[in-house]
Write a protein that binds this ligand. Structure first.
Ligand code: HEM
Length: 427
């Protein structure tokens, strides 16, 4: 990356030939429902484009995104968890009353405390732990599917998003991290509220409701971290035993910040991946019965969903100094929005990107889990859970058909998170 003098934003991105981008609204229904034409236009006409609505620089080419993620000296992660829309004072007051703070911990931490904290997380989600968790995931999936099948038999339909995709990752995470004493539905509600407050564009009334939930979540995490009777072998106990690079014990606020991120990342995103995986599988002629029995198909399907339609659609970085990216000069402090979702459809990297091709070459080259020092440490768990979830659902609900009304379901459309909010099936 080279330094450059700072031109005015209007001169930066040579977009005269990209009139299509004029109506771009990254929160708008059109973009949320069908982002592909926008992402294609960005990639080909304005690969580093300043979005006038959010003030973010949208970076859409695979190679540029990869270069950003692999250069932590020039691109810092500090803004990863900032509220996309600045929170108004009454909302900040609700959060302050709950003692809410998010010091640098994991995804938003570019300091020397990051590698050690990350190691605490990876210990819980490494390949051996994930392999050992498969029977747990299968047992929980079967339990939830038994209930879903009973509802299907009794009422003629059931929603696999609310009854299955949303709950399974939460139950799995609670087992793996050694969490108890809280209702999974409450954890799901807290986690989803956090995503909406920080990555959404809600109105004031909704923000206040969300802030109350996020405050309650933070208070529960703080009480859990402070509880001297943390379960042996639990994530909280590991954080309490952790030492910072200077030998000091980890402070409560940072431990809570780490838990906050892991709890959200570990359940909401995986629930969204399962939802998209199921919806896509039910929409693809012939795939559902094959996914039940064909070795490796569920895994390959999940990988294609991750490439083409990932749950984490964007991620943020901020420039540490003036840099040139994709031929565009950026000032220090430029807020970047990396379009992870579009990068999986970059034709420079993936042939026929619009086609779902399980077992395609370079299937795992997508950037949906990031790359480099912040690469998602939960990737293996997320992949495994989604594949188990698809296979188990296809086996236990063999004749399931997507309800016609859900062929085009409501979609969660936050700045960085996207998934169908309903997957109702009948048979
Ligand atoms: C489909 C599910 C998931 C997706 C798409 C996903 C995606 C991501 C992405 C894009 C990042 C940011 C990478 C970066 O900053 O360079 C990230 C970071 C992270 N993810 Fe995930 N994630 C998923 C599931 C999980 C799960 C299941 C866990 C934990 C159990 C998890 C824990 C984390 C943590 C702790 C980080 C921060 C790592 C660090 O800063 O060192 N994620 N994830």
């Amino acid at each position: 990356m080279t330094s450059a003098a700072l031109p005015a934003p209007a001169d930066l991105s040579a977009e005269d030939d990209a009139p299509d981008l004029l109506g771009l609204d990254v929160f708008g229904d059109g973009f949320v429902r069908d982002p592909y034409p926008w992402l294609d236009a960005l990639r080909s006409h304005a690969p580093v484009h300043r979005d006038p609505v959010t003030g973010l620089w949208l970076v859409s080419r695979y190679e540029d995104i990869r270069a950003v993620l692999l250069d932590p000296a020039a691109f810092h992660p500090d803004n990863a968890q900032h509220a996309v829309v600045p929170l108004p004072v009454p909302v900040l007051r609700v959060l302050a009353r709950a003692g809410f703070k998010l010091p640098p911990a994991l995804a938003n931490n570019g300091t020397d405390s990051h590698p050690g904290l990350r190691r605490v997380v990876t210990r819980f989600f490494n390949a051996q732990r994930v392999a050992a968790a498969v029977p747990v995931v299968e047992r929980l999936a079967d339990e939830l599917l038994d209930a879903a099948r009973a509802r299907l038999d009794a009422t003629g339909s059931c929603d696999l998003f609310t009854s299955y995709a949303q709950i399974l990752p939460c139950r799995v995470l609670m087992e793996l991290l050694g969490i108890d004493g809280v209702d999974p539905a409450t954890l799901v509600r807290w986690s989803d509220a956090s995503l909406e407050l920080f990555w959404g564009r809600p109105g004031l009334e909704r923000q206040l409701e969300l802030a109350a939930l996020v405050g309650a979540f933070h208070q529960w995490l703080t009480a859990t971290v402070r509880d001297s009777a943390a379960r042996p072998g639990s994530f909280v106990e590991a954080l309490r035993a952790h030492r910072l690079p200077d030998g000091r014990p980890l402070d409560v606020e940072t431990a809570v910040g780490a838990c906050f991120f892991v709890f959200i990342a570990g359940q909401s995103t995986t629930g969204q991946l399962i939802s998209t995986t199921l919806h896509r599988a039910l929409s693809e002629p012939g795939l559902w019965p094959r996914a039940a029995h064909e070795t490796g198909l569920a895994e390959a399907w999940v990988e294609e969903v991750l490439r083409r339609e990932p749950p984490v659609t964007t991620w943020r970085r901020v420039t540490a100094r003036p840099v040139t990216l994709g031929g565009v000069a950026l000032p220090a402090g430029a807020q970047l929005l990396l379009m992870l979702m579009g990068s999986g459809s970059d034709p420079e990297v993936f042939d026929e990107p619009e086609r779902m091709c399980p077992h395609r070459a370079k299937a795992r080259h997508h950037l949906s889990f990031g790359v480099g020092r912040h690469r998602c440490p939960g990737a293996s768990l997320a992949r495994t859970e989604a594949a188990v979830a698809l296979r188990a659902a296809a086996r236990r609900l063999p004749g399931a058909l997507l309800l016609a009304a859900d062929e085009d379901p409501p979609v969660l459309g936050l700045l960085s998170f996207r998934a169908p909010l309903r997957v109702r099936v009948t048979r």
